[in-house]
Design a protein around this ligand. Structure first.
Ligand SMILES: [Zn+2]
Ligand SMILES: [Zn+2]
Length: 262
């Protein structure tokens, strides 16, 4: 399976764009500023985008990306998202004030983008003309707005992305359910704040290293690889140190990678 993390910062950083994960060369999960690391030729190959939720760090590059798709592109871009995400984007971004309503451009009959409503629990296929298809399953996680984690199965590999979530029974149950589809090879989890910001993490429904550790230890079967992402740049080196200490604790059980650079 070819998964490229184009960006996974929880904010604006000179090291790493915000969340955008590429599947093969034809699909994306989220459209944060990491998307800007693709060349225009690579952008033109994108057919599908799965949006996990409406927050800025996950959608920031979508409007500008779509305006690159007017010329020399023979396909429509299909954006899969929950009703809340689609409604939020249409009302606040693609409203002909902030940015054009691309669902009507260049014409209502053949627009460059189609928003396709999906809901937690849905399973669908992203078909590729040249590469192996990706089986996608989306599941509800526990964040401040309706948010979905994403499972990708492709070439007998299983990649699971938490998106933004806090710890607790909702996320634990989601991981247990998604593990029934196939054992998880790679789990990409978020970790936004240092342990001393526990209250902030609870309030904003994110994770600290301690919460992440709790989640891992409650898993019936640990993944082979753990990718830790979504560090808030404002948390700085203190958070990096806490995440690295956590990685050391699990080093005999899981291959842990801290994603900091695109
Ligand atoms: Zn985020
Ligand atoms: Zn968020």
């Amino acid at each position: 399976m070819n998964i490229q993390v184009l960006g996974c910062s929880g904010g604006l950083s000179d090291k790493n764009g915000s969340t955008c994960i590429q599947i093969g060369d034809y699909a994306l999960i989220d459209a944060g500023t990491g998307l800007s690391s693709l060349t225009i030729e690579a952008m033109r190959k994108i057919r599908y985008i799965v949006l996990t939720h409406s927050h800025m760090d996950h959608i920031a590059a979508l409007p500008l990306f779509l305006s690159n798709m007017f010329e020399n592109v023979d396909h429509q871009v299909q954006v899969f998202a929950q009703a809340h995400t689609i409604e939020t984007l249409k009302t606040n971004i693609f409203n002909d004030n902030i940015w054009p309503d691309f669902t009507q451009f260049p014409s209502a009959e053949a627009p460059i983008v189609e928003f396709i409503e999906i809901a937690p629990g849905d399973t669908f296929t992203l078909a590729s003309p040249e590469q192996q298809n990706a089986q996608i399953h989306v599941f509800a996680v526990d964040h401040t707005v309706p948010t979905m984690g994403v499972s990708v199965r492709m070439q007998n590999q299983h990649f699971v992305f938490s998106s933004d979530t806090t710890e607790g029974p909702i996320f634990d149950n989601a991981l247990a359910e998604v593990s029934k589809l196939a054992p998880v090879d790679t789990l990409m989890l978020e970790c936004s704040f240092t342990n001393n910001k526990h209250d902030l993490a609870v309030h904003t429904k994110h994770m600290t290293p301690k919460m992440l550790k709790g989640t891992l230890t409650r898993m019936q079967q640990m993944p082979k690889n753990l990718w830790i992402s979504h560090l808030k740049p404002s948390s700085g080196d203190a958070l990096v140190a806490e995440v690295l200490a956590l990685a050391k604790e699990f080093q005999n059980e899981i291959d842990v990678v801290l994603l900091q650079q695109s």
